[in-house]
Design a protein around this ligand. Structure first.
Ligand code: 5GP
Ligand code: MN
Length: 326
C-alpha cells in the first residue's frame, strides 16, 4: 500500500474513533457496490460500538434486498443534529447523493468521502478517492484492516457483493490480483460466492425479461458494429409492468457482441430526463465523454442525464460518440 493511502486510512480511523453518531450514504440509483459499501460500512461502524444509520435517496433495488441490513436503509431526509459525521461511499460527486440528502448532509459537521470514481470536484473533510480501486467495497476492506474489528460473514457478504458487481463478475479490466486476493479473504471471512452470485444474477423478474425483449428490439449498430445503442421508454416499463432497476444489467448485452467497443443505453427517467449509460471495451474513455454532458463515471462505465426527447438525444449522442470516440 502507498504511504499516502496508509496515511489517509489512518486519518479516517482516527476520525471514526473520536466520533459516535454516523450517517452513511451513497449515490442515487444505487448499484451493488453502492449498497454493499453502504451496508458493509454501517455494519463495520456498529462493530466498533458506534451508532450508524444508512440512508439512500433511492430504495435498495430488489436484487440487493438479500443483504443483511438492507431493510434498515432510510429514505427520508436526515436530521443533521442527529449526527457527528457523515460518510459517503461510492459517490463520485457530492450532488449524486440526491436532492433529499444534499442539504441536510451538508450541515453535518464532518464529512468523509470514500470513493473510486474519477471526480470532477473532490469534496469532504477527508477525501479518500482511489481511482485504481475496483470498487468502494475493496477500499472498505482495506479500511477494515486498520480498524479494531473482525470482518464477519455479514460484512464479508456485503463487501464481496460490491467486488463482484463492479468487476462484472471478475471479468473487467479492474480485476487485479488485489481484487482476487481481497475476494479470497472475504470468502475466508464467510462470504459465499455461489449464493451471492445466484442472488445477484439469477433473481430477475419475468417482467424484467419481457422488458429486455422490448429493449433488445431497439438495438442499432454503427461504424461496422463498433458502437451499439438501444433504448428503454416509460411506455415499455408500463406495458411490461417492470421497474427501472430491472434494467440495470441490460447494457451488458450490447457490450457482449464481439466487435462492439462502445455500448449506449438511453432510458426515459421519471425525472423527465433521459439517462444515458455508456460502457466500453478496450481503451475508449466513456467517462470523458459523459463529463462533457455533466455526467461522469469510469473509463469503461459512465453515464449522464439530459433533458429532452429520447429519440433526438439518442440520435445526437450516437453521432457525437461516433465522431468523438470511434
Ligand atoms: P450507470 O450507467 O450504471 O448509471 O453508471 C455507470 C457508472 O457511471 C457508475 O459507476 C456510476 O456511478 C457513474 N455515474 C453515473 N452517472 C454519473 C454522474 O452523473 N456523475 C458521475 N461522476 N458518475 C456517474
Ligand atoms: Mn462503485
Amino acid at each position: 500500500m502507498s504511504e499516502l493511502k496508509n496515511q489517509t486510512i489512518a486519518r479516517i480511523a482516527t476520525a471514526i474513533e473520536s466520533r459516535r453518531r454516523f450517517l452513511v450514504a451513497t449515490h442515487i440509483r444505487p448499484d451493488g457496490d453502492a449498497i454493499g459499501s453502504l451496508l458493509g460500512l454501517t455494519a463495520m461502524l456498529r462493530r466498533l460500538g458506534k451508532e450508524a444509520t444508512p440512508f439512500s435517496q433511492d430504495p435498495v433495488p430488489s436484487t440487493y434486498t438479500f443483504l443483511a441490513g438492507s431493510e434498515e436503509v432510510r429514505l427520508d431526509a436526515p436530521l443533521p443534529s442527529d449526527y457527528d459525521a457523515a460518510i459517503l461511499v461510492d459517490c463520485g460527486d457530492f450532488p449524486r447523493i440526491g436532492p433529499t440528502m444534499e442539504a441536510p448532509v451538508d450541515r453535518i459537521p464532518f464529512l468523509i468521502n470514500i470513493d473510486h470514481h474519477v471526480s470532477k470536484a473532490p469534496f469532504g473533510d477527508i477525501c479518500w478517492v482511489e481511482e485504481s480501486a475496483s470498487s468502494t467495497c475493496e477500499m472498505l476492506f482495506d479500511l477494515g484492516q486498520a480498524l479494531p474489528l473482525t470482518i464477519d460473514s455479514e460484512i464479508a457478504t456485503n463487501l464481496y457483493t460490491g467486488l463482484l458487481t463492479d468487476t462484472g463478475s471478475f471479468r473487467f479490466s479492474n480485476t487485479s490480483l488485489k481484487v482476487l486476493e481481497t475476494a479470497a479473504r472475504l470468502v475466508a471471512a464467510g462470504a459465499n460466492p455461489s449464493r451471492i452470485a445466484q442472488m445477484v444474477f439469477d433473481s430477475a423478474s419475468s417482467q424484467g425479461l419481457r422488458l429486455l425483449g422490448r429493449v433488445l428490439s431497439t438495438v442499432s449498430f454503427h461504424a461496422g458494429e463498433r458502437l451499439a445503442a438501444a433504448e428503454l421508454t416509460r411506455r415499455m416499463l408500463e406495458e411490461t409492468g417492470s421497474s427501472p432497476s430491472d434494467s440495470e444489467s441490460f447494457i451488458n448485452h450490447l457490450r457482449s457482441v464481439k466487435p462492439v467497443e462502445v455500448a449506449m443505453m438511453f432510458r426515459e427517467g421519471d425525472d423527465g430526463l433521459v439517462h444515458v449509460s455508456m460502457r466500453s471495451k478496450g481503451k475508449i474513455d466513456v467517462a470523458g465523454f459523459a463529463r462533457k454532458y455533466g455526467g461522469g463515471g469510469h473509463r469503461q462505465a459512465a453515464a449522464c442525464r439530459l433533458p429532452g426527447n429520447i429519440e433526438a438525444i439518442r440520435s445526437r449522442l450516437v453521432n457525437e460518440a461516433l465522431s468523438d470516440l470511434i
